[in-house]
Design a protein around this ligand. Structure first.
Ligand code: ZN
Length: 508
């Protein structure tokens, strides 16, 4: 996808070439900011914090002044209406959106909000530690008020405020679409989960916890990342408190993991982050270090990580060529455990209170709770003081368990303290995108045969061909449709879960 033909037909405009050089400067600041952020999370010494923060402040100021400068504005207008290749048009679209995003909020308000947010994460962390929602409630109230105000600035033609928020994470997925999606999950998965819990089937998983030496886990992590296709010439694997992926560009992608006495925790987080990483590494070189040189959206990113982690990594066929290796690394822990036992254990369904520890089946029900509450907060002015009670009621209703304290309930996620309202649904959408891709892929090729023969590359190539190489050039909804021949359809996700877990638990 080098746009060669299009370039010949329409020689690149001088205005666009000049715009590119300004954007390149802006990207350089952005790249430095990302690198500092990575450093903060992995290697930076504790006392560096406030000093690095000042550098970050200066760099992001420089970034903003380039992006909102007269020159870029003038060049964007000059490019308007020119005949440009698709990638150039996508860059223009992104630049314009970024400009609007940076400009729509009055600077004083933005500064006050930034101050609030830089405090709020700390207030939230303390409140969680003390299990004291009341201590966080006034701050949360202010954040929501700001977010609603900012959404109102950006709203177009009577757009609902929560729709504006949702749109900034996953374009084209508004409440109307998500109500249908989450409605189906509720209707189908809640009773299905109930049948599983009533089935009486007991799956043994005690062997996943124990004395798993860290250096062996590290060896396994490197092996697995490489095995699924993460390229260590263009990527690194480090340790951080919570696993994440950072990408500077498609020749420098960094993933992290976290080691504990639960061997499956690091193991699957490495496969998950590798999925994110492989997506970034697969972006076409013609898009490197441009505004569209990264994954299409939050949801599309989660689709790639969850495809790798759940659909591939928790598939029994995946372990056929490599389970022996795992047993060799941990002979006393797994030597007597069969591959079938191991795979059943890593797919065990167990409703819990914490989203980030949820199994594949329960995961989207955790997201459902947050979606319904955010909708009420933004669209129905729900009093934040009612949140803890409603949270507990919804958990009881959907997952059959009730948090005993707010630190295991409404206070568990960092997102609201950072002002990220509308973010959660993209996690569930990612899983559903992945299931739709999988259903389509199974019609094109024998996916399980590839897994049994250790040829993960064949699967990655298909994902690269249809998704990765486009970066942010096309929207996620279009990528999904172009690949599978069908608009987003949540039925695939429900069918996938019911087939997989129905078989494991002998229920329908
Ligand atoms: Zn992820």
């Amino acid at each position: 996808m080098k746009d060669h033909n299009q370039n010949h037909a329409a020689p690149q405009s001088p205005a666009f070439a000049r715009l590119q050089s300004h954007l390149e400067q802006a990207m350089a600041y952005q790249t430095a900011l990302i690198l500092l952020e990575w450093d903060n999370e992995t290697l930076a010494p504790r006392e560096a914090g406030p000093y690095t923060a000042r550098v970050q402040g200066t760099l992001s100021g420089a970034y903003q002044s380039i992006m909102t400068g007269d020159e870029i504005r003038r060049l964007l207008d000059a490019c308007q209406g020119e005949e440009l290749p698709e990638s150039a048009r996508a860059i223009l679209r992104e630049a314009r959106e970024e400009l609007e995003r940076l400009e729509c909020i009055p600077p004083e308000e933005y500064r006050a909000y930034q101050e609030l947010v830089s405090e709020s994460t700390r207030i939230w962390a303390k409140a969680r530690e003390d299990n004291d929602f009341e201590a966080f409630a006034p701050t949360l109230e202010k954040i929501i008020a700001y977010q609603k105000k900012f959404a109102a600035y950006r709203a177009k033609d009577g757009q609902k405020l929560y729709d504006v928020m949702l749109d900034s994470y996953e374009k084209g997925f508004n409440m109307e679409k998500l109500d249908r999606f989450f409605g189906k999950l509720k209707e189908e998965l809640v009773p299905f989960l109930h049948r599983i819990m009533e089935s009486g089937v007991e799956i043994r998983d005690d062997f996943l916890v124990g004395d798993y030496p860290e250096e062996k886990q590290r060896e396994l992590a490197h092996f697995l990342a490489e095995y699924v296709g993460f390229d260590f010439d263009k990527g690194v694997l480090a340790v951080s408190a919570h696993p994440f992926t950072t990408n500077l560009h498609n020749h420098d992608v960094r993933i992290t993991t976290h080691y504990s006495d639960h061997v499956d925790s690091s193991l699957f987080s490495v496969i998950h982050e590798s999925g994110h990483g492989i997506y970034e590494l697969g972006v076409d070189d013609s898009l490197t270090q441009t505004l569209i040189g990264q994954g299409a959206s939050m949801g599309m990113h989660e689709s790639q990580s969850r495809f790798m982690e759940n659909i591939i990594g928790r598939n029994e066929a995946f372990w056929v060529p490599i389970y022996k290796r795992l047993q060799e690394l941990f002979p006393s822990q797994l030597g007597e455990v069969s591959r079938q036992q191991f795979v059943a254990a890593v797919n065990k369904v167990q409703p819990g209170l914490i989203r980030t520890e949820a199994d594949e089946l329960c995961y989207s029900l955790h997201v459902l709770v947050r979606y319904e509450l955010e909708k009420k907060l933004v669209e129905e002015d729900l009093d934040v003081r009612k949140l803890p009670g409603l949270w507990a009621d919804y958990y009881e209703q959907y997952l059959g368990i009730r948090p005993g304290k707010d630190s295991e309930g409404v206070l568990q996620d960092i997102h609201w303290s950072q002002g990220s309202l509308g973010y959660f649904p993209s996690y569930a959408l990612g899983s559903a995108f992945a299931a739709q891709m999988y259903a389509w892929m199974k019609k094109q090729m024998d996916v399980e045969a590839c897994l049994r023969s250790g040829d993960i590359g064949a699967i990655v190539r298909v994902l690269r061909e249809h998704i990765h190489r486009y970066g942010k050039m096309r929207e996620s909804r279009r990528l999904l449709k172009d690949m599978t021949g069908e608009d987003f359809n949540p039925d695939y996700y429900i069918r996938y879960l019911k087939e997989k877990y129905g078989a494991l638990y002998g229920v329908e």
